[in-house]
Design a protein around this ligand. Structure first.
Ligand code: HEM
Length: 141
């Protein structure tokens, strides 16, 4: 589980991301599509160019959902309950992709925050994204 220190690391950094949700969301999605091309198959009608209107609009939705989850770090599963059903039963996303996406977001954070993205901050986010991936994937167990 996340410690109090983990939560403060996340709460210190995340507002800078959530304030530019479309920008950072698009950056993360673009990296996911490039680094893990199999993830493109879930978005058959997408324009995959950097900062395409679809990538920005969808990136904003994803980051907004993470912002919501960041306000419920003690109950990530509850916060992502509806999204878990959507991704498991309707979209049938391979749950391995949730960890891949988490890895990409960590890289976006490292790229954005440089020195501020200390090993402790990284560890907090890695832990949080494990919880998020578990929560989103729980519809499969
Ligand atoms: C839709 C969040 C990971 C595939 C959505 C929506 C949200 C969301 C908020 C919009 C739901 C709505 O319109 O009601 C997240 C979060 C993720 C995540 C928080 C991980 C941290 C993934 C991954 C994939 C994926 C890894 C596939 C590789 C999709 C698809 C849609 C969707 C295909 C529907 C897109 C559309 O046609 O509008 N997701 N998602 N998601 N997500 Fe995710």
């Amino acid at each position: 589980a996340l410690t109090a220190d983990d939560c403060s690391c996340i709460k210190a950094i995340w507002p800078s991301i959530s304030g530019h949700a479309d920008h950072y969301g698009a950056e993360a999605l673009y990296r996911m599509f490039l680094a893990h091309p199999q993830t493109k198959t879930y978005f058959p009608n997408f324009d995959f160019h950097k900062d395409s209107p679809q990538i920005k609009a969808h990136g904003k939705k994803v980051v907004d959902a993470l912002t919501d989850a960041s306000k419920h770090l003690d109950n990530i599963e509850g916060a992502l309950n509806k999204l878990s059903d959507l991704h498991a039963f309707d979209l049938r996303v391979d749950p391995g992709n949730f960890s891949r996406f988490g890895g990409v977001v960590v890289i976006v954070l490292a790229h954005t925050f440089h020195a501020e993205f200390t090993p402790e901050v990284q560890a907090a986010f890695e832990k949080a994204f494990c919880g998020i991936a578990d929560a989103l994937g729980k519809g499969y167990h």
